[in-house]
Design a protein around this ligand. Structure first.
Ligand code: NI
Length: 169
């Protein structure tokens, strides 16, 4: 297992559109292990392959208190989204230290392959529904700050770029 570097907003690679996973093989199993390790190490609850510069449709999540219930979504698709929407405070490992409200469907039904390549259907409400939508956005090259006003987004961009410059000194 290995920790993978997480791309930081506004890295343009975060805006690449991911392609479907062609086969759930040893390479994908290794990537899943590495992404889970990276997510746990960073104290995140979700990580999309796009964030570690692999542009294939794969997401890992774990919303459990004990951090021992990983959920793997390969080639996920939203089958249904509720008309009811909620605003939730979101954050992202690619935009550390930034949290803001984003409106999303309160519930979704999604299908995906699991780590064994078996198809699964997930009924998600609350935080899980938020996370699935947030991570699936990453696969489309979309970061949550893109839902915020241009003014807020520019402030975040400036702050992130400043932090990057200070880190590289
Ligand atoms: Ni994110």
């Amino acid at each position: 297992m290995a920790l993978l570097p997480i791309l930081l907003y506004p890295d343009p690679r975060l805006h690449k559109v991911a392609k479907p996973v062609q086969a759930v093989d040893a390479r994908i199993h290794r990537l899943i292990e590495d992404m889970l390790e990276t997510m746990y190490e960073a104290n995140g609850i979700g990580l999309a392959a796009s964030q570690v510069d692999v542009h294939e449709r794969l997401v890992v999540l774990d919303l459990s208190e004990e951090r021992n219930q990983p959920l793997v979504l390969i080639n996920p698709q939203i089958l249904w989204a509720s008309e009811e929407k909620h605003v939730n405070e979101e954050g992202c490992l690619s935009v550390p230290g930034i949290y803001d409200g984003v409106e999303r469907a309160a519930s979704v039904r999604a299908s995906a392959l699991d780590a064994k390549g078996q198809s699964q259907t997930i009924e998600a409400h609350g935080m899980l529904a938020v996370c699935i939508q947030h991570e699936m956005d990453h696969l489309l090259g979309k970061v949550f700050v893109q839902y915020l006003s241009p003014l807020k987004r520019n402030r975040i961009k400036t702050k992130m770029l400043k932090a990057l410059r200070e880190d590289s000194r």
